[in-house]
Design a protein around this ligand. Structure first.
Ligand code: 13P
Length: 337
């Protein structure tokens, strides 16, 4: 039995372990209505509830998905939605052995007193929303905040990001949801990989300091970091081996082995880059499960292939399965292109 104030302590540990099972990772399909609108516009579709439902049905109805995917992060609308053929999306996921999760933050707004930086809203009313999400079948949560390197980042922005994540994590655990802790360090900028490494060290030091202060059970959380890469406009590109070197060095210095899983975001990397980088990180054993929680790097080809046409559903699902399988192999360190 785990000793922790949350009545859900044992369940949290079990959920985090299930999500961190070998050869599996998370599909992030929790685009807000604004973001999914951009994705649908890219294939010429209107941002209607019916189109969002049709697309999300394509994803969750992919046969065999549960072999490679252990968790799916949903937007609130999808948690309560059915597939086009009338089955609850949550039930379709559970039937495949996929744990349903929920995005609980309320998005970014300007942070007064900073260098034009942002902070993440959503703590007000979080406990009661999460209790309802648990009732609806969610077993983990996600809160994404961001830190931007070209702006400094300011001490204030880093502290606010870390504190918000820690409060969210404590509230989630009290309501039975495993919190995914996601301080995304944005790729924007022309800085080199060493600068990203420095900033990431600061962000994670502060995040773990506040997680501990808030009595968060480390065995019952999951992390969703950005990989340590050069800025998107940096002239010097990095190889997967260099990215793995810096990212693992960061994790070894900052993340206690009590944390069961580290599931990266793809942050604008191409599908293949995201797979190669993950594979490079799994070439030798790690103290934690090192895996993926990709949105774009799992969905891009699938969305393009589907293009809103029923006759393309099968091909789109094959495209998703191809990426899921590639990333599953990368989780095991066995991917070759
Ligand atoms: P990307 O993998 O597209 O960066 O999205 C992951 C995510 O959920 C960001 O919060």
């Amino acid at each position: 039995m785990v000793v922790h104030a949350s009545a859900y302590a044992d369940e949290l540990v079990q959920t985090a372990k299930t999500i961190s099972s070998p050869g599996r990772g998370i599909i992030a399909m929790d685009e807000s209505n604004a973001t999914i609108g951009k994705r649908l516009a890219s294939i010429g579709l209107e941002n209607t509830e019916a189109n969002r439902q049709a697309y999300r049905t394509v994803l969750v109805r992919t046969p065999g998905l549960g072999q490679y995917i252990s968790g799916a992060i949903l937007f609130e609308e999808t948690l309560y939605q059915s597939t086009v053929d009338g089955e609850k999306i949550v039930d379709v996921l559970v039937d495949q052995g996929i744990v349903p999760g929920i995005k609980v933050d309320k998005g970014l707004v300007p942070l007064a007193g900073s260098n034009n930086e942002s902070w993440c809203q959503g703590l007000d009313g979080l406990a009661s929303r999460e209790a309802a999400y648990y009732q609806a079948g969610a077993r983990f949560a996600k809160w994404r905040t961001v830190v931007s390197i070209p702006t400094g980042p300011s001490e204030l922005a880093v502290k606010e990001a870390a504190w918000g994540l820690a409060r969210y994590a404590a509230i989630s655990q009290e309501n039975g949801l495993v919190p995914i802790v996601e301080p995304e360090i944005l790729l924007d900028g022309d800085h080199g990989i060493k600068r990203t490494f420095e900033v990431a060290q600061k962000v994670w030091a502060e995040t773990f300091y506040y997680l501990a202060q808030n009595n968060v059970l480390f065995e019952g959380i999951l992390l969703k970091p950005s990989m340590v890469t050069p800025g998107a406009d940096c002239k010097e590109k990095a190889t997967p081996e260099q990215i793995a070197h810096y990212t693992l060095k960061l994790l070894h210095r900052r993340v206690p082995p009590a944390v069961p899983g580290i599931l990266f975001l793809s942050g604008g990397q191409s599908e293949v880059e995201a797979t190669l980088n993950l594979n490079a990180m799994n070439q030798s054993p790690n103290p934690w499960h090192v895996s993926f929680s990709y949105a774009r790097a799992l969905q891009n080809s699938c969305l393009k292939t589907w293009a809103g046409r029923p006759e393309n559903v099968k091909a789109a699902q094959n495209a998703l399965l191809l990426r899921a399988k590639a990333n599953s192999l990368a989780q095991l360190g066995k991917y070759s292109s």
